[in-house]
Design a protein around this ligand. Structure first.
Ligand code: PGA
Length: 289
């Protein structure tokens, strides 16, 4: 079989490995098992404004690092508050990647409270969340700001995790896919196809975040399939087939296996359950279908 080169995430750097070319052609096509193998699963723990002390952060990082020893071929990233990035990285002894929860798009200057992508990169971050719903709502980040942040993350050779998803009202009105399409169009403005391959998309229905309500695997798969199809229209099928699309929203040890069994769900962005070492350990050791 003819082999194609593609970029996949294997840690802080991008590495090039060989894989068979994607076989699907239409925007709505299901991923083949070959494509799933190519998209290495990525599980991320978004710690939000937790835990309270650096000692607790180090203890949690050590527990998660230990749990990765049994895990299969899955990338694991923890996303602690800024002051804990370096201690967490040290406590994890190379077993985990680290990511920033947010960033500011200006390089440096008189922006009190801001943290730049250069700063995040310099302490070893591989990923940076862009457009998390809590940033969109609590901190009023609009799509223009999210686009500029995503651009800054790419420019510093890190990988954005672009969070998109609809509110409860939008879901009830049947607008979940339309909201995702609008957010993708605005947040990815000016991003090239090659850059798109370095972006992780996290579909996080806002009504599922921190509520205990997980989207069913079928609902999540249907939206992921739509997102991939939309990316195929924005870029190409080849690009769309390489993009890792995570699901986020009350992922737990009980729901992860069925979600990860879906062909277009390539990983999970986990909030609450990532603060419990045993629960997150079970999530990163999800059982393959
Ligand atoms: P949750 O958070 O798992 O607590 O729902 C997910 C997220 O906000 O990324």
């Amino acid at each position: 079989m003819k082999l194609a080169l593609y970029a996949c995430c294997v840690g802080p750097a991008l590495a090039f490995v060989a894989r068979p070319p994607a076989s699907s052609t239409s925007t709505g096509a299901r991923a083949t098992s070959t494509q799933l193998d190519a998209r290495k699963p990525l599980i991320a723990g978004n710690w939000k404004e937790n835990p309270c002390t650096v000692q607790e952060a180090e203890a949690l990082a050590s527990e998660v690092a230990e749990a990765t020893k049994q895990a299969g071929d899955v990338g694991v990233v923890v996303i602690p508050p800024y002051p804990f990035l370096v201690p967490v990285q040290n406590a994890a002894s190379g077993a985990l990647m680290i990511g920033g929860q947010n960033c500011y798009f200006e390089e440096k200057g008189a922006y009190t409270g801001a943290v730049s992508t250069a700063m995040l990169s310099s302490v070893g971050c591989t990923y940076v969340l862009c457009g998390h719903s809590e940033r969109r709502t609590v901190f009023r980040n609009d799509d223009n700001a999210i686009n500029r942040k995503l651009r800054a993350v790419l420019d510093h050779n890190m990988m954005p995790i672009l969070c998109i998803g609809e509110s409860k009202e939008e879901y009830d009105a049947g607008l979940n896919k339309a909201v995702c399409a609008i957010q993708l169009s605005k947040d990815l403005k000016g991003v090239t196809g090659e850059e798109m391959k370095r972006i992780v998309v996290a579909y996080e229905p806002v009504w599922a975040i921190g509520t205990g309500l997980t989207a069913t695997p079928e609902i999540a798969q249907s939206v992921h399939d739509y997102i991939r199809g939309y990316l195929a229209k924005m870029y190409s099928r080849e690009v769309a087939d390489e993009v890792i699309i995570q699901y986020g929203g009350s992922v737990t040890p009980d729901s992860v296996d069925a979600l990860m069994a879906m062909p277009d769900i390539d990983g999970a962005l986990v909030g609450g359950a990532s603060l419990d070492g045993a629960k997150f350990g079970r999530i990163i050791n999800y059982k393959k279908a």
